[in-house]
Every structure is written in C-alpha cells, then in structure tokens.
Ligand binder design. Structure first.
Ligand code: ADP
Length: 332
C-alpha cells in the first residue's frame, strides 16, 4: 500500500484520476505569485499510486473482527447451526455499553481521517433474518458519525426499473465513494436469499450469482473498498420474542408486518440459504462474519469494535500539508 498521500483538488467531486500529475501549489511557488494570486489559486493534487493503479489486488484486506465473531474460512466446511446466537464471550452488559461508546469515538475519529484522505472506502454489509437487528445495529454503531461521511442504503423489494437491469445494478450504484463509510441494510445477498427461498427465479439463475457476487466484490476490493460482511445470527426463539414484543407494544406496531409471520415458516429454508451464501461467498477479499446477535448489547459492541479496528488497520491519513500553505495570507 503506497504511503504517499496527495492533497485533493478543491472542488473536485470525487473518484477518478487527478486531471494532472503536478504535485505543487503554483500560487505558492516563488516567482509565480504575481501572475497567479492566492485568491485564484488552483490547487492540484498529487497523483498517489492508488489513484493510478488501484490497491494491490493480491494484498490481504485490512479486516479485523472482534473476538466472539465467527469468520467463515474461505473454502472450508461451515455449519451455521454451530454458532451459538447467545454467545457473549463472558462480557458484562454494563461494561459493553460503556465500551461501545468508546468504540464509537474511535469510529468518529477514523472516519474523519478516511474522509480527508479521500482514497479508499469501507462497505459494511448487514444481513439478518426478520427482526435480526439490522436497524438497531446501525443506530447504535453510527450514532455521532459525521453524516457527511457515511451513507446507509436499505434495499427493499426491487422496483420495476431495478428489475429491468442486471441484479447487481442497484447495489453497485450505492457502493460508498472514496472517503466514505457505506452501510448496506440488506444487500446483493438478497438475490441468493429471499429470491431463492421464495423461488423468484430458476435455481440455475440464483446459483450462478454466487460467482458473480464474488467477482463484484473482487472488483470493489481492487478499487479500494474494504468489505465487512456481517450476518446477525439470532435463534428462532429470540425471533418469536421479538415478534411478540412488536405485537404487544403499540409503539412498535409500525415495525410489525404480518408477512413476517409467514416468513417465519420458512425459517429453515432461510438458514440453509444463509449457510450456502456464507460458504460460497466467503473469500479472502471479502470474508463473511457471523455475529451472535441474541444479545443486542454484545452485537452492537463487537460490530462497532470490528469497524473501528478495521478502519485503524486501513490506516487512513490526512493528506500531506500543501507546500507553502503556511506562508499564505488571507486577503482583506
Ligand atoms: P426490513 O425488513 O429490511 O426492515 P422491509 O420490512 O421493508 O425492511 O422489508 C424489505 C423486504 O424487501 C424484505 O422482505 C426483503 O426480503 C425484500 N427484498 C429485499 N431485496 C430483495 C430482492 N432482491 N428481491 C426480492 N425481495 C427483496
């Protein structure tokens, strides 16, 4: 990973190689100041290697997940039923709530650096069965993060327009741009999960998607996007309790969809679809991570810590100070 970082051209909207390779500030260069006053200075960013060549596709992605999360080893056998949804690593609830606040602070600080660096991005994929806790996780983990530095994309039943394109089209359009953290609340995996369980396409069609998803994620990884994929794993009993709580509390009725009761009858089919997706699409460039999620406080803490640790491993840096900037004068 190259260590040099360039200053982003002011007003430049985003991705793509810099218009020029020049790495200096013309206005600050001796002898140039008269022709080009600071007020109209045209800042030019250096072209870091990443912008011209992308990250090394063979490099191991800088992913770090917290103890207690189960990573599906690429190519190895895996049984989802072997992961205990109640697991909490012996942590204490009160401790974990305080620790969550500290992890959020780390995410906020690192996100600012990621944004300033403007070279790479982090994509967090959240999948779960109904009531699994995707919304609660997003609320708990991203609280306090600069809204300008993150995007949350929720994927529902595809529209007619979306169905008129390839299945990855709508997801690709929402991948976080450079400098951003992007969260997928449901994701491209729906196209091998609900689509399979409900028989919305032929078997051969969803089966072919595993390889296409792996290729898509390889493209993202090779373009500077680190991918953290979490399955929030709850038990069938826990789902019953959460559905009952929604029915019992009028303030939670808006969250309750009677269709969830029908979907619950397909519990086993969803578990099988999750397991196959994890086996087929846990790759070295984008491994799957199963989060024991019956205890919300444990789920929130380990996901926040994983995001913070991964951002730290990405090591985003503020761009180098522009040469001569401290000699500039603000005009009256
Ligand atoms: P959520 O449950 O995520 O809070 P909703 O209650 O609006 O949000 O449910 C979204 C619905 O969209 C889910 O039933 C999900 O299965 C469905 N969905 C998402 N992606 C697809 C897809 N690609 N094809 C079919 N259905 C999908």
């Amino acid at each position: 990973m190259p260590k040099k970082h360039g200053k982003r051209h002011r007003g430049q909207s985003g991705a793509g190689p810099a218009a020029t390779d020049a790495a200096d500030v013309s206005a600050a260069a001796p002898g140039n100041a008269a022709e080009r006053p600071p007020s109209s200075a045209r800042w030019v960013r250096a072209a870091p290697d990443l912008e011209r060549h992308g990250p090394d596709p063979a490099a191991t992605p800088p992913i770090r997940v917290a103890p207690g999360i189960v990573t599906v080893a690429p190519g190895a056998p895996f049984r989802l039923a072997d992961v205990d949804p109640d697991a909490s690593e012996g942590l204490d609830k009160a401790w974990a709530k305080e620790a969550l606040a500290a992890e959020r602070g780390r995410i906020q600080a690192l996100q600012e650096r990621l944004y300033a660096e403007h070279r790479r991005s982090l994509l967090v994929v959240l999948q779960a069965i109904d009531t699994g806790g995707k919304d609660g996780t997003i609320r708990a983990v991203l609280e306090g993060v600069n809204p300008q530095g993150c995007t949350v994309s929720s994927f529902k039943v595809p529209s007619a327009d979306e169905l008129d394109h390839d299945f990855l089209w709508r997801y690709h359009a929402r991948v976080p741009r450079r400098g951003m953290i992007g969260v997928f609340n449901r994701s491209h995996y729906e196209d091998v999960l609900v689509v399979r369980v409900k028989g919305l396409v032929d078997d051969a069609v969803w089966r072919a998607r595993y390889g296409l998803i792996n290729d898509f994620e390889r493209l993202l990884a090779a373009s500077g996007t680190t991918i953290l994929k979490f399955l929030l794993h709850i038990s069938k009993n826990e789902q019953r309790e959460r559905l009952e709580a929604r029915i019992a509390d009028p303030d939670k009725h808006w969250k309750f969809d009677p269709a969830d009761l029908v979907e619950r009858k397909s519990w086993d089919a969803y578990q099988a679809a999750f397991q196959d997706a994890m086996i087929q699409c846990s790759t070295s460039h984008a491994p799957w991570h199963v989060v024991p999620a019956n205890r919300k406080w444990f789920r929130n803490y380990v996901i926040a810590r994983s995001i913070a640790d991964t951002l730290e491993a990405m090591d985003p840096r503020y761009p180098e100070a522009t040469k001569g900037i401290s000699d500039l004068k603000v005009p009256d």
